[in-house]
Design a protein around this ligand. Structure first.
Ligand code: BTN
Length: 265
């Protein structure tokens, strides 16, 4: 990387349109989600947003770590205090996936896909992961708060991705960085995400998600921890973003969470 792509508060603010977010930018943190979760418990307001250029303990879904090296990516978490039911947490994640895919498309002029449930894929590789975490108020079945965390591989890391993720992980700009790339990506994603968050559960967001789905009509493998993978065809995406599948024995299923892989045709 050539040093032009610095990630600064001024840079992100210059590119950002919404004024609803309270941004803090760090060179390096353990995990923006971990930090923001404790700020949420201490009463930080909705719209608090932590952005980092590196995470030393980035977290992914299902207890995995998230590779978050310095210089290449942007790692962000946004604090939400939604008034709707806890069941709508998936809408938050879907909104972030659409926001990221649209931003990639705007800055590259090429299309990005979404692999259910929330991986943004560009040129066949995952360039963005999303982890939404929250605390539920059990009496009201409402989210007391939610933290939407998103990690985006903007520029390819020097020396490439580590061997264990090289096959699946990619960057938006594989060859050369664009000026202010990380600031523009961060601001673009935040603006679009905030737009969809204002109308959470909207048909607009669902349509944008469905249009970019990489699994629809494809042969997939349903992966559940501790259970053998099951082969299926992805038939549809419901309005709550659950995935309608037909297993190879002809039975139908509805996946609300979990993971799938796409089988080669
Ligand atoms: C996944 O693909 O498994 C989800 C990855 C989510 C990574 C982001 S980076 C910002 C935020 N902080 C974290 O520790 N994780 C999320």
């Amino acid at each position: 990387m050539d040093g032009k792509d610095s990630l600064t508060l001024e840079g992100v603010q210059r590119c950002l349109q919404t004024r609803a977010l309270h941004l803090q930018v760090f060179e390096s943190v353990s995990s923006t989600n971990t930090l923001l979760r404790s700020m949420a418990e201490q009463g930080a307001p909705e719209g608090t947003c932590l952005i980092a250029g590196e995470q030393t303990a980035g977290r992914g879904r299902q207890g995995r770590s998230f590779y978050s090296p310095s210089g290449g990516g942007v790692y962000m978490s946004v604090l939400l205090r939604p008034t709707m039911s806890a069941a709508m947490a998936t809408d938050i994640t879907a909104a972030a996936a659409v926001a990221a895919a649209q931003t990639v498309e705007l800055l590259t002029g090429e299309s990005a896909g979404i692999k259910w449930v929330n991986d943004v894929v560009f040129h066949g590789k995952k360039v963005c992961g999303i982890l939404t975490e929250g605390a539920i108020d059990p009496s009201a079945q409402r989210l007391r708060w939610a933290v939407m965390g998103i990690g985006i591989n903007v520029n390819a890391p020097e020396g490439g991705f580590p061997p264990e993720i090289r096959e699946v992980a990619g960057a938006i700009f594989e060859k050369s960085a664009i000026p202010e790339g990380r600031c523009r990506i961060a601001a673009g994603v935040l603006d679009r995400f905030w737009h969809f968050y204002q109308t959470l559960g909207s048909e607009e967001c669902w349509r944008e998600y469905e249009a970019r789905s990489l699994v629809l009509g494809r042969r997939i493998r349903v992966l559940s921890p501790g259970v053998d993978p099951k082969e299926a065809i992805a038939k549809g995406i419901e309005r709550d973003y659950s995935l309608r599948v037909e297993y190879s024995d002809g039975t139908l299923g509805l996946l609300h969470s979990g993971e799938v892989s796409i089988r080669p045709e």
